[in-house]
Design a protein around this ligand. Structure first.
Ligand code: 5GP
Length: 190
């Protein structure tokens, strides 16, 4: 995805601790046109899977997930970080946050993730794969089939891809950051 890579190099910022800040087009202010291009590419890659649902985690996965759901014409479910008082039957798991360096619970209603679902998980970043592992757990609890995972940006100097592929999952990412050393963004050349 040339447009995404160019945008990361133009507007992304490398922060200490291996964090890439993309607040001006993904994580705070969002570029819907780029998001649509991202969704079109995910759909191309997952075209052969018969998907019934897109799953993500709030908050930053929601925008790309909704765009994919819109273009695929399937519902989008996001795992919630706070259990709503009105939610009855639910599935729950614990996720370790790389950016906040602490664990938190996420929940999904049993009504919206079931054994009838064939799912792709969409998120903004793949770092160590902890958010994805949480979704793996929720899908297993629900009996849903997790067909694959799509990330806008993967950081290859962390080990999420290896962890998820070893678990047997298909991982697709649209831009791969090989290094953020010395405040320089180095993207994988494909
Ligand atoms: P993982 O669970 O794979 O370790 O980390 C992925 C999650 O942490 C993503 O949902 C994303 O919100 C956040 N994250 C991880 N690395 C980065 C980063 O470099 N920049 C930003 N903005 N978020 C990140």
């Amino acid at each position: 995805m040339k447009a995404l890579k160019e945008r990361i190099l133009k507007d992304g910022r490398s922060l200490p601790g291996g964090i890439l800040k993309v607040d001006s087009f993904i994580n705070h202010q969002m570029d819907p046109y780029l998001m649509r291009q991202v969704a079109v590419e995910f759909i191309r890659r997952f075209a052969s899977c018969n998907i019934t649902k897109i799953v993500t985690i709030e908050a930053s996965g929601i925008a790309p997930a909704v765009m994919v759901g819109l273009l695929m014409d399937v519902p989008v479910v996001f795992a919630k970080k706070k259990k709503p008082s009105t939610m009855g039957n639910m599935l729950s798991t614990t996720v370790f946050s790389f950016t906040k360096q602490k664990s938190y619970n996420v929940v999904v209603s049993k009504e919206y993730l079931t054994a009838d679902d064939r799912v792709i998980f969409i998120d903004d970043f793949l770092a160590n794969g902890n958010a994805a592992k949480g979704i793996v757990d929720l899908c297993q609890q629900a009996g849903a089939k997790l067909e694959g995972m799509g990330f806008i940006i993967e950081k290859s100097f962390q080990h999420g891809r290896r962890v998820l592929e070893e678990l047997g999952y298909r991982v697709e990412s649209l831009a791969v950051v090989d290094s953020l050393d010395n405040c320089q963004i180095k993207l994988k050349q494909e």
